[in-house]
Design a binder for this molecule. Structure first.
Ligand SMILES: NC(=O)c1ccc[n+]([C@@H]2O[C@H](COP(=O)([O-])OP(=O)(O)OC[C@H]3O[C@@H](n4cnc5c(N)ncnc54)[C@H](OP(=O)(O)O)[C@@H]3O)[C@@H](O)[C@H]2O)c1
Length: 259
């Protein structure tokens, strides 16, 4: 068996997760990478760093998908867990199908917790481990026209801080990365390309990933990527939810972008 450490990264097929997986490989971690579409190309690129890479296709909105992913570790201890898989969903709540918004909650919240709990138990028993969870500055904003997603990230942001505190004397650290709008597949997948935020200039996912990876290595509890996003989080602390909801409407309402 390899003597290298093992990192498990979800949502590694694209965007922020793919960049985090690259950083992990460059740091010499063997990898288990997961997404619900094929990872053959990105797995080959990661292995070029001289580490072992196993890719798992699993829908992490389901318990069966999470179990399949965990089984890929074959009992080998996980040193780093990056719980990053997630997706958004635009449009007004009344225009969203139940299956669509449930998939957001099942992926971003339920699937994330189903993965975190067994890995954290194992890490706590060993007295070591690092966990990076991708939350969002969206968790600080009432998300008109992306209401379920922002609510899911409010859960993730809060949950990460809470379990980080519960585990503070365990040798296990929990870091919550909070990106703002980032140039990934996120807005296309959420059906938000006709919105102002969907068309705005965005952060580079490689920069966002580095912010999160470095903060995780330092054992920081939370990191917001970028000055503009930090300012937005600060502002959300003094604005009412009605005000952040109105701000969000201007950014996320269908058709708010230039056609
Ligand atoms: N982009 C932004 O503006 C932004 C801002 C703040 C936070 N975030 C968060 O950052 C994380 C990464 O998103 P991204 O921006 O990098 O978007 P992305 O390019 O769409 O990547 C999302 C990743 O998550 C995976 N994923 C989504 N649902 C899944 C499921 N049910 N089962 C397994 N894998 C699933 C995707 O795999 P498949 O493609 O195979 O489905 C993909 O690898 C998400 O948690 C997102 O909420 C993004």
């Amino acid at each position: 068996m390899s003597e290298r450490k093992l990192a498990l990264v979800t949502g590694a097929s694209s965007g922020i997760g793919r960049e985090i997986a690259q950083l992990a490989a460059a740091d010499g971690y063997d990898l288990i990478v997961a997404a619900d579409e094929t990872l053959v190309d990105s797995a080959a690129g990661l292995a070029a760093n001289g580490v072992d890479v196993e890719s798992v296709e699993a829908d992490l909105s389901t318990a069966a998908g999470v179990e399949r992913l965990l089984a890929a570790a074959s009992g080998r201890p996980i040193d780093v867990l990056v719980a990053n898989a997630g997706h958004g969903l635009g449009r007004g709540f009344l225009d969203q199908d139940v299956a669509e918004w449930r998939h957001v909650i099942d992926t971003n919240i339920t699937g994330t917790l189903l993965l975190l709990q067994p890995v954290l138990k194992q890490m706590a028993a060993r007295g070591q481990g690092k966990v990076l969870i991708t939350g969002s500055i969206a968790g600080h904003l009432a998300g008109s026209f992306q209401a379920v997603y922002n609510g899911s990230k409010a859960f993730v942001d809060s949950f990460a801080a809470a379990i980080g505190n519960e585990l503070k004397d365990s040798g296990v650290t929990i870091t919550c990365l909070k990106p703002g709008p980032t140039d990934t597949n996120f807005f296309a997948r959420a059906g938000m390309l006709d919105t102002k935020v969907g068309q705005s200039e965005k952060d580079d996912p490689a920069d966002v990933a580095k912010t999160g990876w470095d903060a995780m290595k330092d054992g920081e509890h939370v990191v917001v990527h970028g000055l503009k996003n930090k300012a937005q989080v600060l502002a959300s602390g003094v604005l009412s939810e009605a005000q952040t909801a109105e701000m969000h409407r201007k950014q996320a309402e269908p058709g708010s972008g230039q056609s």
